[in-house]
Design a protein around this ligand. Structure first.
Ligand SMILES: C[S@@+](CC[C@H](N)C(=O)[O-])C[C@H]1O[C@@H](n2cnc3c(N)ncnc32)[C@H](O)[C@@H]1O
Length: 298
């Protein structure tokens, strides 16, 4: 249990700098874009023309020589702070407002001693989950774990149009588990308080050996990715814990999944805005019975 949640000046400076590094807000080059071939871009983004074929040939020849073609776009600090772009490098797409929200939610559950681990479903390069682990470190918390759930091979193919846009071919979203582990290690935050759940959520989450959660941060974009996280993890959330929905406003399927789920449970939490894309809510003080929770292993 954490008794003193006040941070000294060095700890505050560390968290601030960590947010800027993870979100690549201190590097103007983070707004540069790698020029992709038609094969690597979202479906329908290109019509097949001779120019597209030449472009694909040139890019693939460069790749073979380990060269990338990069479009140098001007840095837009407000877009990065709002998490509106995908940083070329950097460890998270989310911007400052969402990292501030994560910090606030974690501090709040520690302050109120809400039991359970922290999970992000959909971690990409790991940045938000790395920030979760840093928060546990800074408060000396040793009895909670950060779970990082992802395919670690990119987005699934959507199950129909209503699931969401097809991003399954986008290379930038395909980040291997080894790369994410390395990213944790770069910040000195890879240890046995970080656990990885590799695979599609529908396969990994039902059997995940998680007893209790204090924070569920969902960032899987699609209807089914959001629904899989909610149906498999919501009952493991402690009363007073938080659900954070990264894609609530930007992805209509995600928002629909949230409301389909809440309606099916007759729940109507107060959904609070984080920024233009994301929301969160506090889990009601519903008492969980021991056998409400699917405990598979400890
Ligand atoms: C938008 S990115 C997550 C961004 C990340 N939270 C951050 O801080 O930058 C979406 C991630 O969700 C993963 N994903 C989406 N649906 C999934 C599913 N059904 N099963 C496993 N991984 C999934 C993708 O592999 C991708 O890494």
């Amino acid at each position: 249990m954490v008794t003193d949640l006040a941070l000294d000046i060095n700890e505050k400076i560390y968290l601030d700098l960590l947010k800027d590094c993870l979100s690549a807000a201190i590097y103007e080059e983070s707004s540069w874009r790698v020029v992709e071939t038609a094969r690597q871009a979202p479906k329908g983004a290109f019509r097949w023309t001779p120019l597209v074929a030449i472009r694909r040939f040139v890019i693939s020849q460069l790749r073979k020589r380990r060269l990338l073609l990069v479009r140098m776009r001007p840095f837009d600090a407000s877009a990065r702070a709002a998490g509106k772009d995908w940083p070329c490098f950097g460890y998270t797409m989310v911007g400052r407002a969402r990292l501030d929200n994560l910090e606030w939610c974690i501090r709040d559950v520690l302050e109120r001693n809400v039991a359970g681990d922290l999970i992000e479903t959909g971690v990409w390069r790991g940045g938000s989950a790395i920030f979760m682990r840093a928060m546990l470190r800074i408060y000396g918390v040793t009895d909670r774990v950060v779970w990082a759930a992802d395919s670690f091979e990119g987005m699934p193919v959507p199950e129909g149009e209503s699931d969401g846009w097809d991003m399954s071919g986008i290379e930038q979203l395909q980040v291997s588990i080894d790369e994410v582990r390395r990213n944790f290690a770069r910040f000195g935050l890879l240890d046995d308080q970080v656990k990885f759940l590799k695979g599609w959520f529908k396969d990994t989450l039902p059997m995940a050996p998680i007893k209790r959660l204090a924070i569920l941060r969902m960032d899987g974009d699609l209807y089914n990715s959001t629904m899989d996280a909610l149906t498999n993890l919501y009952d493991r959330l402690s009363p007073g814990g938080y659900v954070i929905v990264d894609d609530y406003k930007g992805w209509p399927g995600c928002r629909r999944a949230v409301h389909d789920f809440l309606d099916s449970r007759r729940l109507s939490p107060e959904i609070r805005e984080i920024d233009d894309d994301s929301v969160y809510w506090r889990v009601g003080d519903r008492r969980l019975k021991a056998d409400d929770v699917a405990v598979v292993a400890s």
